[in-house]
Write a protein that binds this ligand. Sequence first.
Ligand code: HEM
Ligand SMILES: *[C@@H]1O[C@H](CO)[C@@H](O)[C@H](O)[C@H]1NC(C)=O
Ligand SMILES: *[C@@H]1O[C@H](CO)[C@@H](O)[C@H](O)[C@H]1NC(C)=O
Ligand SMILES: *[C@@H]1O[C@H](CO)[C@@H](O)[C@H](O)[C@H]1NC(C)=O
Ligand SMILES: *[C@@H]1O[C@H](CO)[C@@H](O)[C@H](O)[C@H]1NC(C)=O
Ligand SMILES: *[C@@H]1O[C@H](CO)[C@@H](O)[C@H](O)[C@H]1NC(C)=O
Length: 322
Amino acid sequence: MASPIAMAAASFLISCLVVVVVLASGASAQLSSTFYDTSCPNALSTIRTAAVAQEPRMGASLLRLHFHDCFVQGCDASVLLNDTNGGEQNALPNAGSLRGFGVVDSIKAQLEALCPQTVSCADILTVAARDSVVALGGPSWTVPLGRRDSTNSSATMANSDLPPPQFNLSQLIPAFQNKNLDTTDLVALSGAHTIGQARCTTFRDHITEPNINATFAASLRANCPATGGDKPTTTWRRWTPRRPTPSTTPTSATWCPRGGLLHSDQELFNNGSTDSIVRNFASNAAAFTSAFATAMIKMGNLQPLTGAQGQIRTNCWRVNSS
Ligand code: HEM
Ligand SMILES: *[C@@H]1O[C@H](CO)[C@@H](O)[C@H](O)[C@H]1NC(C)=O
Ligand SMILES: *[C@@H]1O[C@H](CO)[C@@H](O)[C@H](O)[C@H]1NC(C)=O
Ligand SMILES: *[C@@H]1O[C@H](CO)[C@@H](O)[C@H](O)[C@H]1NC(C)=O
Ligand SMILES: *[C@@H]1O[C@H](CO)[C@@H](O)[C@H](O)[C@H]1NC(C)=O
Ligand SMILES: *[C@@H]1O[C@H](CO)[C@@H](O)[C@H](O)[C@H]1NC(C)=O
C-alpha cells in the first residue's frame, strides 16, 4: 500500500519532470547536438584538439569565457567582440581579466579553412568549455549546437548581469534566477572555481573576514597583503584538477568550511539556504558532477540566436563587414 508520503514524493517528481521538459524545449527548441554532422563533420574534433592543447589554466579561462558570454545577452559570442566603444570586454568583470581570445581566434581560423562560414563563435565557446572541463578531469556532456553570433555587445549589460565577487547569497540567488538557473545550478556552477586563478583584487577584502579559516587566510595574505606588494594571481584553493595528474573528483575539500577563496564562494556555505546543497555535493561526487553537467547545458542554452538571427562571424572578434 502506498503511503501518503511516497505518493507526495511521486507527484513532486512528476511535476519536476514536467517543468524540466517545458524549460528545455522552450530554451533550445532549435539547437541540436547533430547540427554540424553534415555541414562540418570535423568541427567538434577540431575545437577539442585546439582548445585543450594549451597550458592547464587555459581550460579554466575558456570555461569562464563561456559563462561570461552566456550571462550577457545569451550565448551569442558577444563577449568576443573587441570593440572599444562600449563593448563587453570593457566591462568591470571582464577588463584585464578574461583570457583565451587568441585560442578562440586560432580555432576559428582552422574552422574557416575547413568549412567556411559554418561554425559559430558561440558554439566554439560552448564546445571548448565542455572540452576544457573534460581535459581537466571533470564530467562530460552532450552539447546542443546551432547558436549563431550576435552583431553587438554591451558593457552596460555585462556590468549589470555578471555577479561580482562581493555578492552575498541573497544577491547571488536572483542573479542566477534571472538566467533560469536555480540554487542547485548556482552551487554546482560555482564548482568551476576549483580550477583557474583569481587576482588578489578580487579577494583581498574577503580574506580579512572572520568566517575564513585563519591558516588559509594567512597563506593567501602572503601573496595578497592589505596594501601593495600583491602578486597578480593566486591559484584557487579547491578542487584542482590539473594535468598531467588530474584529480577530478570534488571531495569535501571542494567547499571546505571557511575555505572559499571569493566572498561569493563562501556565501554558498555560510549557514544559509545553500549549505545543504554544498554538503550533498561535498559528500557525493556523482551528485556534483551530474548537477554540474546539467547546469552547464542549461547555461549554454541561454537565449541562443538561431535560424536567421544574428550571423556566423568569420572572425570572432568582429562583426562581418557586409
Ligand atoms: C557565482 C558567481 C560568480 C562570481 C562572483 C565569479 C567571480 C569570479 C572572479 C572574481 C574570478 C577571478 C577573476 C580575476 O581575478 O581575473 C573568477 C574566475 C573564474 N571563474 Fe567565476 N564567478 C562566478 C561564477 C562562475 C561560473 C558560473 C563559472 C563557470 C561555470 C565560473 C568560472 C570561473 C573560472 C574557471 C575562473 C578562473 C579563470 C582563469 O583562471 O582564467 N565562475 N570568477
Ligand atoms: C581585436 O582582436 C584582434 C584579434 O585578436 C586584434 O588583432 C585586434 O587588434 C583587436 N582590436 C582591438 C581594438 O582590441
Ligand atoms: C543587439 O542585437 C539584438 C539583435 O540581434 C537586439 O535585439 C538588441 O537590441 C541589440 N542590442 C543593442 C544594445 O543594440
Ligand atoms: C546582501 O547585500 C545587500 C546589499 O549590500 C544587503 O542589502 C543585504 O542586506 C545583504 N543580505 C544579507 C543576508 O546579508
Ligand atoms: C584550515 O586550513 C588549513 C590549511 O589550508 C587546513 O589544513 C585545515 O584543515 C583547515 N581547518 C579547517 C577547520 O577546515
Ligand atoms: C554557523 O552557526 C553555528 C551555530 O550557530 C556557529 O557555531 C558557526 O560558527 C556558524 N558558522 C558560520 C560560518 O557562520
